[in-house]
Design a protein around this ligand. Sequence first.
Ligand SMILES: Cc1ncc(COP(=O)(O)O)c(C=O)c1O
Length: 399
Amino acid sequence: MKRKLSDRVINLKPSATLAITAKANELRAKGEDVIGFGVGEPDFDTPANIKESGIRSIQAGKTKYTDVGGIKELKAAVIEKFKRDNSITYKPSEIIVSCGGKHSLYNLCMAFFEPGDEVLVPAPYWVSYPPMVELAGAAPVIIPTGRDKDFKIDSDDLARYTTPRTKALILNYPSNPSGGSYTEGELADIGRFCVEKSVYVVSDEIYEKLVYDGFTHTSIASLGDDIRQMTIIVNGVSKTYAMTGWRIGYAAGPEALISAMTKIQSQSTTNASSVAQWAAVEALTGPQDEVEQMRREFEARRKLIVDGLNAIPGVTCRNPEGAFYAFPDVSGTFGMSYSGTKITGSMDFAAFLLSEAKVALVPGAEFGDDNCVRLSYAASTAQITEGVRRIGEAVRKLK
Ligand SMILES: Cc1ncc(COP(=O)(O)O)c(C=O)c1O
């Protein structure tokens, strides 16, 4: 190429989780028997009623451009979902449907953040938050947490990191990567602070349906009208309905901001796929029993992986409230060596497991916590059992 690429893209980090999956696939293509704990998507098939709804929409010719912010039937289904699940009432003008929750977040960053703004991002964080904030020219301000704090923040942490430039906090619960979530009381504490300091809350609740041991998901926006007015909820059908490839997500928030996000979307992607929108209507309004089946299956796998990891010396894993990730602290292995190579952090630990155990997982450094690694348990019971066995065997050989 004769001309330079933009600084914007030169400074942009590629998605680490996708990179790990690509690396594992490359080894598999060479005939290596790699167990992948890297990917962040349910391994279940999209429920049949949802697929059929998509097929019917194609046959009915619903294959044209739609309103930029989503068909009215899907907006109505999203509004109903918020009422039913979160006890929050929205108007259609407070909803946008995008090509995945990721796209709603991107629209939000472009519409709301600009140079000079600071955006609070508790670590460990989903890999895409800091790059998206940076693409908008704003500065992500990372709030460290750690295992001792169950990977969570409170209003004291917020007070320490908030400045007059702080515009928003990105809160993700249940969390990718820690799996941790916030109780109503913890959210109330955070909400009070944000209202007082005029810090908007970007509330990423994409894993809300995947919670375990009877944990109840509460949306921060449901805790009062003042915090509702300052919250933008991001959600979608990818994780709940095993619909990652359909690319339907949505956001709900103040009308002026949703309208600005819709303007950004109108000049970039236009509407999300018409067919996928009709499938999402069925997902949100149709029978929900498969969601519960998938949740139960994840719950059983969570126990298997967490118990297995905790039995490995040098590895400590918290029992996560939700999502489908285990985020063990592996710092007990730091300083040890294999084949003459010393493990000094999560990157080394992940490289060690890929080469010595043929197990792919994501280093915590990618999520802002170098003591940990992330394993997705959206994998079969057999894969989890064998993967954990391999990890244990490899770690026990460290000197
Ligand atoms: C925390 C979090 N937010 C948002 C998303 C975006 O999902 P999608 O764009 O498929 O709706 C993901 C997907 O990995 C995620 O883990």
